[in-house]
Design a protein around this ligand. Structure first.
Ligand code: ADP
Ligand code: MG
Length: 688
């Protein structure tokens, strides 16, 4: 940036810290908001509480000190209709510019002034820290003035040290020089059909709009641009992964699925049946399946996946199921063994705690095809693990994995069918941007008999009462969780807190029950035995770090206390809460927090009020934005510069439709007029 007029090395460094390194960064960095300074007002017409622009002359001006020692420049400025006072604190140098009789464009917010000394003087108004533009200087000044006032003026998201006016001038230089050199990435026929403006015009208007209508048109074009590029990338990925025909052929119904459905202690919900059929249809296609199964926590995704796995096995193939934590992998192995071992299917578990000899046997079994279902953590993607006939890959809680891990497992088969599952409901718009390469099935109902979880956000002072209610539940034969936030596994202090808490609960608060601690740093064997005891009901209260977050399924657990809930995001809170209320007993979730942080308060209020995961996710998106909502791992490439997913849904749908149509027709984007688009994808690193 330091080659742009007006930007020296020091300024360039400041801009770099704001993420503005290149001319391109500046061009594409949208203003945070705009101020309408286009209409000049008469001083007599001004009203308090509004923002206004006036053209006025300095009547008198003085520099003084307030009682607290702050410097204060006070000017009285007037036009032909009246006068108004303007105040600036801490800017004594202004006295050099604000000279009597000089004329300015003044922009600011009108505040009611101090009460008038004499009643008939009426109300007084003042500007505090208004922006000033000198009028009537040389040509340069007039140009300057035209940039900052007398128009719709952009206000940028800047930090201290980088002033709006200075930066605005830089942007103006950059826009006038470079906007016209930006290559048009959208093909002409597309732009014509959708009435999208040229990119150069849109960039120019986004920074210095000539009207609100022009700004809308510019934004529409640029938001479309951004969303379209993301969707093109997803469409290309999907087309690459599903382009090849697969050799595997399935029998959707057969002895294994039939036996499974007979053995299940419950009937599938209508939603589960519909999704299962959807998945089977996908399996029977000639192209590989690439599908996301969404469903709120507890909606019963596992059994649907299990049924699909049965389809693969009865068709003579192997299946791999990957889960993000040891606990979850163990649970899945336990459940699948329960379903399938009596039916003669070998289910293997590849996790940390597995003894080397067993591990070897398992790896051999996977390689020679005698282990039909292999469950594990990311241990599955190690290179030692190979399969004879891997046809179906299932990834649970896939948001915990990166795209890279997913594709490494997928590469262990030729053209496998892939099912990924997630119980972190995310807003549809975000799902489309993040998982848009996947087809999507959604479980829309919970199994029958579930009672909605009651969620209570209480202050710390209610702790004894909360303990009393937990005791009641435990005494009635239910089980419970106390969850401690351990944001990352190396957080020793939090671990100590959790350990201490467990000891206190064990010996002092609930001595009559069996209380155990479970955390991520315990040895696998110890974890397994505690988890086993909890699943079997021998442990009543599990004090745990967030490793219980995903997937765990103990239907008898009916009460949960979340400590320091203010440290969790909404999605995570909802996941945690999803550990209870999985049976038919009414369940209660307590969140104890005295937080004074306003967003945290909003979050907790929403958490207590809303039981629906998808609804919560929408609120989370609004409260935190996509980056925070997803965490860095997944949102890596999802840095929206223009789009606002809560506002731009319609444009997203349009961009998606167009992108997928285009890739369908031109899988290589080979048409000559698509060269600029290919170029843009390559430069944005979006082509992979
Ligand atoms: P999630 O979708 O969160 O992964 P699970 O698959 O763990 O949920 O299922 C939650 C609980 O609901 C499990 O105990 C499971 O056995 C039970 N379940 C699943 N489907 C049904 C059903 N149709 N009727 C009754 N219970 C069911
Ligand atoms: Mg699950």
């Amino acid at each position: 940036m330091q080659y742009v007029k007006g930007v020296g090395p020091a300024r360039a460094a400041q801009l770099k810290r704001l993420g503005l390194e290149t001319v391109e960064d500046v061009l594409w960095a949208a203003p945070r908001r705009y101020e309408d300074r286009s209409r000049l007002r008469r001083i007599t017409d001004l009203t308090p509480g509004t923002a206004a622009t006036v053209r006025a002359r300095v009547v008198r001006v003085a520099l003084r000190r307030t009682q607290r020692g702050r410097s204060l420049v006070e000017a009285v400025m007037g036009d032909e209709t009246g006068t108004i006072s303007c105040l600036w604190f801490h800017q004594p140098y202004l006295i050099q510019q604000v000279k009597p009789d000089a004329e300015f464009i003044v922009y600011g917010r009108l505040e009611p002034g101090p009460p008038a000394r004499r009643a008939r003087a009426g109300r007084r108004l003042q500007f505090i820290h208004p922006e000033l533009e000198r009028v009537g200087g040389g040509e340069h000044d007039a140009q300057e003035a035209a940039l900052h006032t007398g128009r719709i003026v952009p206000i940028y998201p800047l930090t201290e040290g980088v002033g709006q006016r200075w930066y605005r001038r830089v942007v103006h230089t950059v826009v006038s020089r470079y906007a016209s050199t930006v290559a048009e990435a959208l093909p002409a026929d597309l732009r014509d059909r959708l009435a999208l403006k040229p990119v150069a015009w849109a960039l120019q208007q986004m920074h210095f709009p000539e009207s609100w209508e022009a700004l809308d048109a510019a934004r529409r074009r640029l938001v479309f641009d951004e969303l379209f590029l993301i969707q093109i990338r997803l469409a290309l990925r999907r087309s690459r992964l599903t382009a090849r025909r697969k050799p595997q052929r399935y029998q959707a119904s057969g002895p294994l699925t039939e036996a499974l459905f007979r053995r299940l202690p419950f009937a599938l919900t209508a939603s589960q049946r519909r999704v299962f059929e959807e998945l089977c249809r996908d399996l029977c296609e000639t192209r590989p399946m690439l599908r996301l199964l969404q469903g709120d926590v507890g909606s019963g995704k596992t059994v649907v996946a299990a049924a699909l796995m049965a389809v693969a096995v009865q068709s003579g193939y192997q299946v791999a199921l990957m889960a993000p934590t040891e606990l979850l992998a163990e649970q899945h192995a336990r459940v699948l063994r329960g379903y399938f071992e009596p039916l003669g299917v070998r289910v293997g578990l590849l996790a940390q705690g597995v003894a080397p000899a067993d591990r070897k046997r398992l790896i051999r079994g996977a390689a020679d095809g005698t282990v039909q279902m292999l469950v594990g953590t990311h241990a599955l993607i190690e290179s030692a693990v190979t399969f004879k006939q891997l046809a179906l890959v299932v990834i649970d809680e896939q948001h915990k994995f990166g795209v890279a891990q997913r594709s490494r497992l997928v590469r262990k088969a030729g053209t496998p069918d892939v099912l990924v599952m997630t119980a972190t409901p995310i807003p549809r718009t975000l799902a489309l941007s993040l998982y848009g390469d996947l087809a999507c099935s959604t479980l829309t109902e919970l199994p029958p008999g579930r009672v909605p979880i009651r969620t209570l956000w209480y202050p710390e002072s209610s702790r004894p009462e909360v303990y009393r209610q937990i005791r009641e539940e435990l005494a009635a034969g239910r089980q419970g969780y106390v969850v401690y936030p351990l944001v990352d596994v190396s957080d020793r202090q939090a671990l100590r807190a959790a350990t201490q808490m467990a000891a206190t609960l064990k010996t002092q608060v609930f001595p009559e029950f069996r209380v155990e601690l479970l955390h991520g740093q315990m040895r696998p064997r110890a974890k397994e035995s505690i988890m086993g005891a909890f699943v079997e009901g021998r442990v009543q209260l599990l004090v745990s770090t967030v490793i219980v977050e995903v997937g765990l399924d103990v239907p008898n657990a009916a009460v949960m206390l979340i400590e320091h809930p203010e440290r969790f995001g909404l999605a995570q809170l909802h996941q945690l809460r999803g550990r209870i209320g999985r049976g038919t007993h009414p369940a209660t979730c307590f969140a104890l927090s005295d937080t004074t942080d306003e967003t945290a308060q909003k979050r907790l209020a929403a958490f207590a009020e809303t039981a629906d995961g998808f609804q919560l996710a929408e609120q989370d998106l609004e409260l935190r934005g996509p980056g925070e909502l997803l965490g860095r791992r997944q949102s890596g490439f999802l840095r929206f510069r223009m789009a606002d997913l809560t506002r731009d849904q319609a444009l997203l749908d349009l961009a998606r439709q167009e992108a997928f149509d285009l890739v369908e027709r031109e899988p290589q984007l080979g048409r000559p007029d698509l060269a600029p688009l290919r170029e843009r994808l390559k430069r944005a690193g979006l082509s992979s």
